[in-house]
Design a protein around this ligand. Sequence first.
Ligand code: DOR
Ligand code: ZN
Ligand code: ZN
Length: 438
Amino acid sequence: MNLWIKNGHLLDPANHRDEICDIYVKDGKVAMTGSLLSDSGPEESDEDVTIIDAAGKYVMPGFLDLHVHLREPGFTYKETIKTGTAAAARGGFTGVCPMPNTKPATDSPEMIRQILAIAERDSDIHVYPVGAVTKGQTGQELTDIAGMVKAGAKAISEDGKSVMDSGLYREAMKEAARAGIPVLAHCEDIHMAGKGAMNAGKKAEELGIPGISNAVEDVIAARDILLAKETGVRLHLCHCSTKDSVSMVRLAKEEGLPVSGEVCPHHFSMTDEDIPADDANYKMNPPLRSSTDVEELRRGLSEGVMEAISTDHAPHGEEEKKKSIAEAPFGIVGSETAYALAVTHLVKKGYLTPMQLVEHMSTNPCRILGVPGGSLAVGMPADITIADMDSEYVIDKNTFVSKGKNTPFHGAKVQGRVFYTIVGGKIVYEYKEETAND
Ligand code: DOR
Ligand code: ZN
Ligand code: ZN
């Protein structure tokens, strides 16, 4: 099947394209882009062509989410590779990186192969598995990093926690550097975090909930940057939530180190003051921070110091999230709300241009992970997201295709809707008004 995407607004930062034009997709690849296509059609004789009217919409290289939890194997009541990738497709993502805190942990070449096999069967989008740093994520013994990379892992991470043994982590970084993959770092000093369940501050005191201070993240972010400097590994800091994380990434870049950072939509959209009550849908790790932190995260994204928007999509069961903030597990879903939150809180508020949004959701994530995509040049795989930045609607968790409904954004008014997600020239998600509840 070939596609003729007509009259869309192409946003392709990798090729400096910002114009209304047509895109012709043939055999899964971008075959032609340009304004002349509209008059005659690329191949009038081509009967097997599907026409997409993209007038009034942006046509962008497909988004890549560097940070999701798909929960398979082990926690399939929360999510599966099938439902999690369908949710990602609905959010405009053509690729995702599932983190290794599955059960068993994704900590061996066999586990990487198993995830890729399930993805091959159940997913319409690209799945780039992330291998664990230590066996069983227990922080004791390194995994077979080279073997996992050979099996298809695109990065390593201990996400869900940090590797607290700096010596062991340094060895892992050396291995990752040798294998040519990045380390995706969850920064949290477990000894300082204690029983903390939300940002340390006035709100935590008001609610009587133990706090997590900024230093819990910052000391490990600093350590990891220093270890990256010593080992030469490419280091990507996950879910940066503090102003000093931004400063440290800025400094590292000024020194020329291969360090990057991601920010999640919840961290740039809300502060801890927005937590209305003891509601675990507002509980995630790292937690919602102060307005000073949020402002710095936005500025970091705006200046390109922070290079990626990722979701940390973390589905949980309804019963689990009915518990109090102190007792419920950390994490919220994010795949189906990320784009609209980025449009609403970053583009519409003047922090990002539409082009920068594409850089943060597509071009930069693909470069950081070292995978194809992030460009719609002729010959590139036709991984495409078509969306607008004007549709206004209210987020309704009951429309989510993710099994997880744990979001603090239910009922939030946003702008920006995904209309099509296309992978290798195949439409894997299409917005249908008549079936939508919003
Ligand atoms: O909020 C979070 N949820 N943070 C993490 O680091 C782990 C994740 C999960 O797996 O639920
Ligand atoms: Zn994490
Ligand atoms: Zn995570």
